[in-house]
Design a protein around this ligand. Sequence first.
Ligand code: PMP
Length: 385
Amino acid sequence: MQSAFSIRSKLTSGISIYAVIGQLAAEHKAINLWQGAPNFLPDQSLIDSATRAMKEGFNQYAPMAGIPALRQLLAEKIAKLYGARYDPDQEVTVTAGGVEAFYASITALVHPGDEVVFFEPAFECYEPIVRLQGATPVPIKIPLDTLKIDWDEVAAAITPRTRMLIINTPHNPTGAILEKCDIDRLIAVTRNTNIVVLSDEVYEHMVYDGMTHHSMSRYPELAERSVVVHSLGKTYHVTGWRVGYCVAPAGIMEQIRKVHQYLVFSAPAPMQVALAAALENSESYFALAEFYQRKRDILLSGMAESRLDIKPCSSGFFMLARFNDFSNSSDRDFVFDLLRRMRVGTIPLSSFYGDGSDTGMIRISFCKDNDTLREGGRALANWRP
Ligand code: PMP
């Protein structure tokens, strides 16, 4: 259809790399190590609970902030895990996935002309959401050899216009987590400022090798300036249900809810009922660390003979691999080559940088069933230039 309208683009980014890889992967029937979504079923009891909730009539709008029983359980869970007391009525909001919580929080709190500091490589939605507010994204690159944030660089990037600092721990795509020394520096750089910390903690339970997740909720001085975002989709292997939540002090949450009510109004009702039933059993999330650590290790042992230089990964769903000792390709071409010749899908790391920095690395996902991990590991190990 022809249109007479001239459209001025609000976002300059093109089609997401996930759509490009997804289409090519389907054409080549490639093994899926690119997507951060499980390819296995969630617990049958969760599916039964959701089905029952629909049959019992939970098919209309849920309360705007989320079903009260679910909010109560989420507040209790955070109190138990991190020692913070959030009021379920005023300080916990159930959202349509973690992504909606980012959108509502950034829209509510960031004004045109403000600056938002975040770290690259980065989960892809932060930057465009900041831009859509007429604000300025200020990316800081994480050194890929150490995966340690340079806090002096962060301190230097903060100006009177800095309104928000976005943290992601455990981190997509590097698999790194913040340690206590990072938390101390974060407290120091934000002290005596008006900076809100938006903390993406959707992989809070996927932490391996005895490491500890340091939630912003655990530290009162940070909790009072933080919006902490969680994902029930990630925790219960149901990313398509679109249920997440965020917690924040009442004054901040009041502003977030003003946006949430006009964005989606409420998250899916039957899923909230089912997830509340699942949350009664804390084993459902405590078991995740061991479950995914084993998956990481299955993939790693499959790739033991690989020419790729695999970076250590202690959390999350992803690991990084460097290929440029053996190939001069761009990371996109390398990924396309893996798709065509080895029939395995991965993501070029350049897609996690606003400026498209190509560091000769790819991201590999291990939230897959064990057969897929063995097959995918073998395909990557068999790659030759
Ligand atoms: N944050 C990070 C770091 C992620 O990797 C993802 C999903 N890939 C999300 C947030 C999205 O969470 P949700 O599915 O709950 O919207």
